[in-house]
Every structure is written in C-alpha cells, then in structure tokens.
Design a protein around this ligand. Structure first.
Ligand SMILES: Nc1ncnc2c1ncn2[C@@H]1O[C@H](COP(=O)(O)OP(=O)(O)OP(=O)(O)O)[C@@H](O)[C@H]1O
Ligand SMILES: O=P(O)(O)OC[C@H]1O[C@H](OP(=O)(O)OP(=O)(O)O)[C@H](O)[C@@H]1O
Ligand SMILES: [Mg+2]
Length: 285
C-alpha cells in the first residue's frame, strides 16, 4: 500500500503543534535525531520535515501530498494547492504598521511610501485592491527594525500579541489578512492518497470537535431538572442518573468551550451543585 506524504515545518512556530496534532490523531512515529523523513508505524503516512516556505512548492509538485503551513504562507506562495482544513492554531494576522508617533490618516498614508515586508505578493495585491502606489521593499526577517533604521516608512508583517511592534516603536494600522495554520493538499491526489487523507481528516475533525467542547457533570434536585436541561444544549438529550440522595439526580452533557462560563452561572442559579467540567479527548459525530 502506498503512503500519504505529509510535509510539516522542521523547526519554528508551527512544528511542535503540527507534531502534536498528528499524535493526537493517534499517529505514532519516531521524531528527533535530526531525521528529515520519518515513517508512521501504525498509519500509512510518511512525514517530511521542511522549511515552511518550501512546503507549498513541494505540495504543488506532489513531492508531498499534503502539508501544514500558515495561511499567510499559502497566500504568499500563489501555488495551485488547496486548503482542506483550518487547524485553529498559530492564529495571527498580517498587518501594516507605522512608527507610533505618526498621526495616521488612513490607508492613503502609504501612497508613495516605502514598505518593508517578507510578504510582497500579499502586500502588492492589497495595495492594488486599495489603489495605493507604494514601493515594496522585500526583506526576509526582523522586518520590525526597518522604519527605525531608515529602510522604510512602514512595515507589513505578522502580528499576534503586538508586543514585537510595541518594543520596536511601531503601531498596527491595517489588517491585511488573517491567518491560522491550515492543511493544504495537492489538487490531483491519487485515489489511494485521497482515501488516507479522508481517514486523517476524519481523525483531525474528531480531535478539533473534542477541543471545542467540554463534558459537564452536575447534581440537581429532580424538581429543577427540566430548567437545567433547557440551559444545557447537549449533543442529543442529556444523560440523567439517580443519585443515592433521595430526590436528586446526576446529569451529564456536552457544552461548547466558549459557552460554558456563561452557562455555569445560569446552572448555579437554577440550583445545580457539584459541577464538574472535564476535557474530551475525541468526539465522533
Ligand atoms: N507570533 C506568532 N503567533 C502566531 N503565529 C505565528 C507567529 N509568528 C508566526 N506565526 C505563524 O507561524 C508560521 C511559521 O512561523 P516561523 O516564524 O516559525 O516561520 P519561519 O521563520 O519562516 O520558519 P522557517 O525556518 O521554517 O522558514 C508563520 O508563517 C505564521 O503563520
Ligand atoms: O505580535 P507578536 O506576538 O510579538 O508576534 C509577532 C512576531 O512573531 C514572529 O516572529 P518570531 O517571534 O517567530 O521570530 P522570527 O522573526 O525569528 O520568526 C513575527 O515575525 C513577528 O515578529
Ligand atoms: Mg519560513
């Protein structure tokens, strides 16, 4: 049986989380010792450890069938490859920034200016869409230094917390694109590779779904059960088990991660006690 070749970043912001995702999907593989290619022992997959900027090209050429990269690298590469799944990690944005003392009048500020970036394709496109004629100065890293040393009037680079901008005397003025880690694939995968990818995507979605949800257990007087069930929009209907204590039940359900603080407040008001919220490892729907 042939193997699905997955390209992930060798070292950098995406590498640990990419490895963790594959491991959470149950894939077992030796990782370390500087080996740049490794085989899964329990799934028909081969993992290639590469520079992230090279991954789109390898996937386009089918040297790797799929890859994990930032959406920013996908867009910048302009390769004929397809995003098959957004992965909800390494969330960041590509933004324009200028020295903090500038009284920024809006995007027209950039007309006739020089902007340093490692993302010339994305930036040129953005300027074109906004009818801005500006000079794009391509540098490969430490972009935030450019205005301070007189290389450019502004920059376009990755922002997450904003602390790199702050410590270099810059302020964010426009978001150019939002990004997160994505899985990309070759556009003409063979049947076998496609089947393995489908299995892997099923596992990834089960892991993602589990992360978005929590398992909740609580005790409630039977008289309050109806009210509590209405507060908890479960997967189907919640499980209810009688407690040893007369007139009380234990209720189990699933709630989405972003709702549970809000819901917990309401549950307490409705008389729920002994509330436990626990992580879910896999969720098969
Ligand atoms: N501060 C950040 N917060 C969240 N995500 C980030 C951050 N910085 C970068 N990323 C995301 O992680 C990806 C990889 O970033 P990294 O800095 O490791 O790349 P790199 O230096 O180009 O690595 P390589 O050596 O493989 O070329 C970026 O393309 C972006 O999608
Ligand atoms: O808004 P922040 O949270 O400060 O993150 C943004 C910074 O993170 C990335 O650099 P990284 O730290 O990965 O170093 P690198 O430039 O060497 O890749 C990116 O290039 C920015 O400089
Ligand atoms: Mg890179």
């Amino acid at each position: 049986m042939s193997k699905l070749k997955i390209a992930i970043q060798k070292s950098g912001r995406l590498s640990q989380k990419s490895v963790a995702l594959l491991e959470e999907c149950g894939l077992k593989f030796p990782n370390g010792g500087g080996k740049l290619i490794t085989e899964c022992t329990n799934f028909p997959v081969e993992i290639l450890f590469l520079r992230d900027d090279d991954i789109p090209q390898y996937v386009e050429q089918n040297v790797a069938h799929i890859g994990i990269i930032g959406e920013n690298v996908f867009l910048e590469s302009e390769k004929a490859i397809t995003i098959v799944e957004k992965l909800n990690f390494s969330v960041c944005r590509l933004s324009l920034a200028v020295p903090k003392e500038i009284d920024y009048p809006g995007i027209n500020f950039f007309k006739g200016k020089k902007v340093a970036t490692s993302y010339p394709n994305i930036l040129q496109k953005y300027f074109k869409e906004n009818r801005i004629e500006a000079t794009v100065e391509v540098i490969s890293g430490s972009v935030e230094i450019a205005p301070g040393i007189g290389l450019a009037d502004g920059i376009c680079d990755i922002v997450s917390s904003g602390s790199t901008l702050l410590s270099n005397g810059l302020k964010e003025v426009e978001t150019v694109v939002k990004s997160q880690a994505v899985m990309v694939a070759n556009q003409t995968l063979g049947e076998e590779a496609q089947q393995i990818l489908n299995k892997l995507l099923f596992r990834i979605r089960s892991v993602q779904k589990a992360k978005e949800n929590k398992y909740i257990l609580l005790n409630s007087p039977n008289s309050q059960l109806e009210k509590i069930i209405q507060i908890l929009p479960g997967m189907n209907s919640p499980t209810i088990l009688p407690l040893a204590k007369d007139g009380w039940s234990s209720l189990h359900s699933v709630i989405s991660e972003d709702k549970f603080w809000y819901v917990i407040d309401e549950l307490k008001k409705a008389g729920a006690e002994g509330i436990l919220v626990v992580p879910i490892e896999k969720m098969i729907l």
